[in-house]
Design a binder for this molecule. Structure first.
Ligand code: FE2
Length: 306
């Protein structure tokens, strides 16, 4: 449970560091499973996705399908112009997502632990609903930058409710590319830009139904204005040891720089929205689950306290 002081800090800054959220044993298990996932995947499948003649269409579909699966995504600098890997496959993956919290037994168990549930309830969630999860590796030497963004651009409810839960699986510092956030931006810079899905067959962009089988006809586009009125100098680094959890308000502006150090920076992130109180997941969010694979609340017995 968060203290009132912690809740006040989160409401003021739009982010909050919770030290020692995960135990060393939990971190070791999560880290080990992350390495298993990297070791076990078949890069030839991924190469076929990202090396076809119609690469954008195929990779867009792979990305959209990852809402209901465990997908792998290359680091941009991991391959040469012909698609050949320049490093071992385990050092070439940027991220894995987006349904680890449902489909991977180790991450499912951790993501649905009492500590997450209590934390989210103390933040005011009635029915915390995880919608996506990612393992982000920030690989040594080639870990790509993540430009300033707000998570509500990608995961929208009405009213807005998304919160990011960012867990350091390794020590994160300015050398290996920790998170940087802009304190107070969740108040001063309301999200005006959204990434949405559109049906390619309709010039007016009919919203695609909540059905993964439709992903082949879907394109992704941004609508609205990008946030302006800040400089990179406004951001502060969030340097934390492994096991720390960083809570991020959905409108908090955050980023991370490229990792040019010889050290990786593993992190596990999960995004949660309100699944009760009449809160509505928007049909044009990029992330839509297959009809037979709906979102599950953290606890089955959570009731909607509308
Ligand atoms: Fe983010």
């Amino acid at each position: 449970m968060l203290s009132q002081d912690q809740i006040n800090d989160f409401q003021r800054d739009g982010y909050l560091v919770i030290p020692q959220f995960a135990s060393p044993e939990e971190i070791a298990a999560l880290r080990s499973q992350a390495d298993n996932l990297l070791t076990c995947f078949d890069p030839s499948i991924l190469n076929s996705v990202f090396s076809t003649t119609d690469q954008k269409k195929t990779s867009d579909t792979y990305f959209l399908d990852s809402a209901s699966s465990i997908g792998y995504f290359w680091e941009e600098k991991a391959r040469d112009p012909h698609g050949n890997l320049l490093k071992p496959k385990e050092k070439s993956i940027n991220k894995i997502g987006h349904a680890l919290h449902d489909l991977d037994p180790v991450y499912r168990s951790f993501s649905r632990s009492t500590k997450f549930h209590s934390l989210l309830r103390s933040l005011g969630f009635s029915r915390p609903l995880p919608v996506q999860s990612m393992l982000i590796f920030k690989q040594p030497d080639i870990g790509g930058e993540v430009v300033p963004h707000q998570d509500a651009t990608f995961l929208t409810t009405e009213p807005l409710s998304v919160v990011g839960l960012w867990l350091a699986l390794e020590d994160a510092n300015t050398e290996n590319s920790c998170l940087w956030t802009l304190p107070g931006s969740h108040v001063t810079m309301p999200t005006s830009r959204r990434m949405v899905r559109r049906n390619k067959d309709n010039a007016n962009g009919t919203i695609t139904p909540n059905n993964q089988n439709q992903n082949e006809n879907v394109s992704i586009e941004f609508i609205g204005e990008a946030i302006q009125g800040y400089t990179i100098d406004d951001f502060v680094p969030v340097q934390v040891p492994a096991g720390s959890l960083v809570l991020l308000h959905g409108q908090n502006l955050h980023m991370s720089k490229a990792n040019t150090s010889p050290h990786s920076r593993y992190a596990y992130t999960m995004h949660v929205v309100e699944g009760g109180k009449g809160c509505r997941w928007l049909e044009d969010n990029w992330l839509q689950r297959r009809g037979d694979f709906p979102f599950e609340p953290i606890y089955d017995d959570d009731i909607d306290e509308t």
